[in-house]
Design a binder for this molecule. Structure first.
Ligand SMILES: Cc1cc2nc3c(=O)[nH]c(=O)nc-3n(C[C@H](O)[C@H](O)[C@H](O)COP(=O)(O)OP(=O)(O)OC[C@H]3O[C@@H](n4cnc5c(N)ncnc54)[C@H](O)[C@@H]3O)c2cc1C
Length: 427
């Protein structure tokens, strides 16, 4: 049995810690904040008493690592998985469009979803279909120097198709614009979602607040395996001796006598730990997500969630009297004050639904300025792997080289990879 220190209690750190303790190692997880969850957590809203998420999180059927992790910690019952892709889209003046897989066998069920998606003209649907059919013919190396926008233009996707389909998909999966996103990572995401079976394209939603969905279960799993979680303790630096980390200095103590360390913090936080020389030169930019929580007197919405076409609001999630509007790729809103954001959002909501501003009885706006990293070509070509030149130090976090965008799945995969590398090194 080896002693392992995991720094950071988001999805990546919790996954690394869970797999390490599952392999019989002794684990201590150190988290700076008073709660687990990192960028994916829930809390009790003061004015309404309701538990709300810092931002609605969607998972997908292709999140294989996440599903395995949730099952390992006994949290599979806390999520709801669609049988197959089924999303309602809204256009202005309450127009509804269904993107729904049919009962035909895969892949014809997904094909039929696209062909019957009447929010787009028939010509544009056929043009999108042509694009999908060609996706495996493009050499991945060619995409590493193209943005999504450039790729779409080369493949003759017109402005209308880009605006009403590809931008929605790019912002929804990568939280950035078609101009900034790498065509390579977009192509990989499309392959994962649409070319790995019916289930991969289905949407998964948490049934409870995020913290209750997985943080509590992960903490229980660790404590059952004699793991320790230290909250409200910030790691300040790592202390090296030749080729090893020999101590972890926190704002409360110095931790020594361990075998392995996993850092599971964002890149900007890692840079502060005195590990500059082992880090690659990376230019990591971040993208904002704004979540607008509204409590309604009467809620006319019937579906659990809606995607919006040609709107600054990308998604509406319906929790009954409480709804959440999600605005992704929202750096342009980060300097606006919350009153102003609420005003703009309500005006937009009135165009797409029958909800009126007088129906809103309470609101809360959360801006997450570093919600996700921007998956530009420059960054994705340089992401470091979990293994470092320091023998007992491993990196985790959604930004490490998982091949995936800044998502829960990337964080979980990185945590599992770090734990696996330790399992091999510990032999
Ligand atoms: C509003 C919002 C909506 C999102 N929506 C989705 C979605 O729909 N689907 C999806 O898949 N992903 C979504 N994401 C992205 C997803 O939340 C992240 O990719 C994922 O949670 C990252 O996990 P992580 O463990 O890598 O990092 P983090 O969650 O950032 O965890 C890092 C942890 O390290 C801790 N830490 C930092 N420095 C130190 C230190 N010095 N000492 C100790 N601890 C430290 C932090 O406090 C934090 O708890 C969204 C993110 C946001 C913010």
């Amino acid at each position: 049995m080896k002693k392992c220190v995991v720094i950071g209690g988001g999805f990546a750190g919790l996954t690394a810690a869970a797999y390490l303790s599952n392999a019989g190692h002794s684990v201590e997880l150190i988290e700076a904040s008073p709660k687990l969850g990192g960028r994916a957590y829930s809390f009790q809203d003061r004015s309404t008493g309701d538990v709300i998420d810092n931002g609605q999180h969607i998972m997908m059927g292709c999140y294989k690592e996440t599903l395995k992790f949730l099952s390992m910690i006994g949290a599979s019952g806390n999520i709801e998985i669609q049988k197959q892709l089924d999303v309602i889209f809204l256009k202005k003046n309450y127009q509804l469009f269904h993107l729904k897989a049919s009962s035909a066998p895969y892949p014809f069920n997904l094909l039929s979803a696209l062909l019957h998606f009447t929010a787009l003209s028939r010509t544009n649907r056929l043009s999108i279909l042509k694009f999908f059919l060609k996706i495996f013919l493009v050499h991945p190396d060619r995409l590493k120097s193209l943005s999504v926008k450039q790729w779409l233009q080369i493949e003759l996707q017109n402005e209308e198709t880009i605006k009403s389909f590809w931008e929605i998909l790019t912002v929804g999966t990568l939280n950035t614009s078609t101009e900034k996103a790498s065509a390579k990572i977009f192509s990989d995401v499309l392959k994962e979602i649409f070319f790995k079976g019916t289930k991969s394209a289905s949407i998964i939603l948490p049934l409870k607040g995020l913290s209750e969905t997985y943080c509590g279960q992960a903490a229980n799993y660790l404590s059952k395996n004699d793991g320790i979680i230290s909250l409200s303790e910030k790691v300040e630096s790592l202390i090296f001796d030749v080729e090893k980390v020999v101590a972890v200095k926190t704002d409360k103590r110095v931790v020594e006598n361990f075998d392995f360390v996993v850092t599971a913090v964002p890149f900007y936080a890692l840079k502060k730990l005195g590990v500059a020389e082992i880090l690659p030169e990376l230019n990591v930019n971040y993208s904002t997500i704004v979540s607008i929580h509204l409590w309604l007197d009467i809620n006319p919405l019937e579906e659990k969630f809606y995607g919006l076409i040609d709107s600054m609001i990308h998604w509406i999630f319906n929790h009954g009297k409480h709804i959440t509007l999600v605005i992704s790729n929202a750096d342009y809103l980060s300097i606006r004050d919350k009153k102003e954001i609420l005003e703009i959002a309500l005006m937009e909501l009135e165009k797409f639904t029958s909800i009126k501003r007088q129906d809103v009885i309470s609101s809360k706006i959360i801006k997450e300025k570093r919600a996700t990293f921007v998956p530009s070509n420059d960054l994705i070509n340089k992401r470091p792997s979990s293994k470092t030149k320091i023998k007992n130090l491993f990196l985790a976090g959604d930004w490490t080289d998982t091949g995936l965008p800044s998502t829960i799945e990337s964080a979980v995969k990185s945590g599992r990879t770090a734990a696996e590398l330790i399992r091999v090194s510990a032999k």
